[in-house]
Design a protein around this ligand. Structure first.
Ligand code: PHE
Length: 330
C-alpha cells in the first residue's frame, strides 16, 4: 500500500501517472486482482475484507487525484511558457514606400493655396471643344490654337491640353467670389527631354466683385508662392500672351542652379520660366455669363517644378517607374 502511494506521488509526468493508473486501477490492475480474492474469503470475513479494500482504494484514488491535479497544472504552465509571444520583439523590418516626386511637389503646391483658403477643384480629362478652347477665348481657327498640339477623338472630344477648362467648369457651376486651384493631368503631343505626352498642371483662378482684385494681387500672391516653393529667389514678371488673360505675364525665377550668373539649365539667361498668368480676359467672363467681376488666373507645370526642385535632368525619367530614381525620394 505505502509503496503504491509512493509510486503515484513520484510520477514525473502525466504519461507516467497514466501508466501507474492502469497498473493500479485498470480492469486487470492490482486492485481488481485484490477484489477478485473476495470470492475466496470465508463468509464472516468478507465484509471486513471488502471494507478494507474499499478504504485502500479510495485512499489511493485521493492521492491519485491530487497528483493528477499537480501534474496537469505543471504541464499547463510549461505549455504557456513555450507558447508565449514576446510582443516586445521587433518584426521583420519592412521597406518604406514613398510618394512619387511629382505627387510630393503637387502636395507642396496644394498646401500653399489651401492655406490661403483656395478650394481644390477637378474636371474631366476628356474634354470638349467648348471648355478646353472656345470658352477660353480660343474660337475655332484662332491661330493661338496652334500653341497646343491636341489629342482628338473621332467624335470631336479631346484630351484636355491644360487645366484651364476647370476654370470654366467651376465658374459655370458656382458664382463669384471664386478662389480655386485645379491640379491634374493634361495631354499634349510632345516628347523630348523636357516634354512628355502626359504631365500635370495646377491651375489657379480668383474672381471677385469688379475692382476688388487686380494684377497687383496676382503679382503679390505668385511672388510669395514662388518663395514658398523655391526659397529666396528673385521673381520677375515678363509680358506675354494667353488668349484667356489680358494682360498676361510669364513668371520667371532667378536660376536656382547658378543664382543668376548663367548656366546650361537656364540657357545662360540667369532666369527660369515657371508660370503663366494674367488678368482674366473679359471674353472668358462673357462665356460663362459673369458680369461686373474682375479676376486673375495662373497655370504651372508640376513636373517642371519637380525637376527644378530636385535637379532631375530628364523629365521622361519621372514616368519610367525606375525604382532607383524613386528610391531617392523616400
Ligand atoms: N493654360 C496655360 C498653359 O497651359 C497656362 C495659364 C493658365 C496661363 C492660366 C494663364 C492663365 O500654358
Amino acid at each position: 500500500m505505502e509503496t503504491l502511494q509512493k509510486r503515484i506521488e513520484e510520477a514525473s509526468s502525466l504519461d507516467a501517472l497514466e501508466k501507474i493508473r492502469v497498473e493500479i486501477f485498470g480492469k486487470k490492475g492490482l486492485l481488481a486482482a485484490e477484489f477478485a480474492k473476495l470470492k475466496d474469503v470465508p463468509g464472516p470475513e468478507k465484509k471486513a475484507f471488502a471494507e478494507g479494500l474499499n478504504h485502500q482504494k479510495s485512499a489511493l484514488q485521493e492521492i491519485f487525484d491530487d497528483t493528477l491535479k499537480v501534474l496537469k497544472s505543471a504541464a499547463l504552465e510549461k505549455q504557456l511558457i513555450s507558447e508565449s509571444i514576446d510582443v516586445s520583439l521587433y518584426g521583420n523590418l519592412r521597406e518604406k514606400g514613398a510618394l512619387h516626386p511629382v505627387a510630393q511637389t503637387m502636395d507642396k503646391i496644394i498646401d500653399y493655396f489651401v492655406s490661403l483658403n483656395f478650394s481644390v477643384e477637378s474636371g474631366p480629362l476628356i474634354e470638349d471643344d467648348f471648355h478646353n478652347f472656345e470658352a477660353l477665348n480660343l474660337p475655332k481657327y484662332h491661330p493661338a490654337r496652334d500653341m497646343q498640339d491636341t489629342f482628338y477623338f473621332a467624335d470631336g472630344g479631346l484630351l484636355r491640353t491644360h487645366t484651364s477648362p476647370t476654370q470654366i467648369r467651376t465658374m459655370l457651376k458656382g458664382k463669384p467670389p471664386i478662389r480655386m486651384i485645379a491640379p491634374g493631368a493634361v495631354f499634349r503631343r510632345d516628347y523630348d527631354l523636357t516634354h512628355t505626352p502626359m504631365f500635370h498642371q495646377v491651375e489657379g483662378l480668383v474672381v471677385e466683385e469688379k475692382g476688388k482684385v487686380s494684377f497687383a494681387n496676382l503679382k503679390a500672391i505668385l511672388t510669395d508662392f514662388l518663395h514658398h516653393m523655391f526659397g529666396e529667389v528673385e521673381v520677375r514678371f515678363r509680358p506675354s500672351f494667353f488668349p484667356f488673360t489680358e494682360p498676361s505675364a510669364e513668371v520667371d525665377i532667378s536660376c536656382i542652379f547658378c543664382k543668376g550668373s548663367g548656366c546650361r539649365v537656364c540657357s545662360h539667361t540667369g532666369w527660369l520660366e515657371v508660370l503663366g498668368s494674367g488678368v482674366v480676359d473679359p471674353n472668358v467672363f462673357k462665356a460663362v455669363g459673369y458680369e461686373d467681376v474682375s479676376g486673375y488666373a495662373f497655370g504651372l507645370g508640376v513636373e517642371r517644378f519637380a525637376m527644378l526642385m530636385h535637379e532631375i535632368p530628364d523629365l521622361r525619367s519621372l514616368f519610367e517607374g525606375d525604382i532607383r530614381l524613386l528610391e531617392q525620394f523616400r
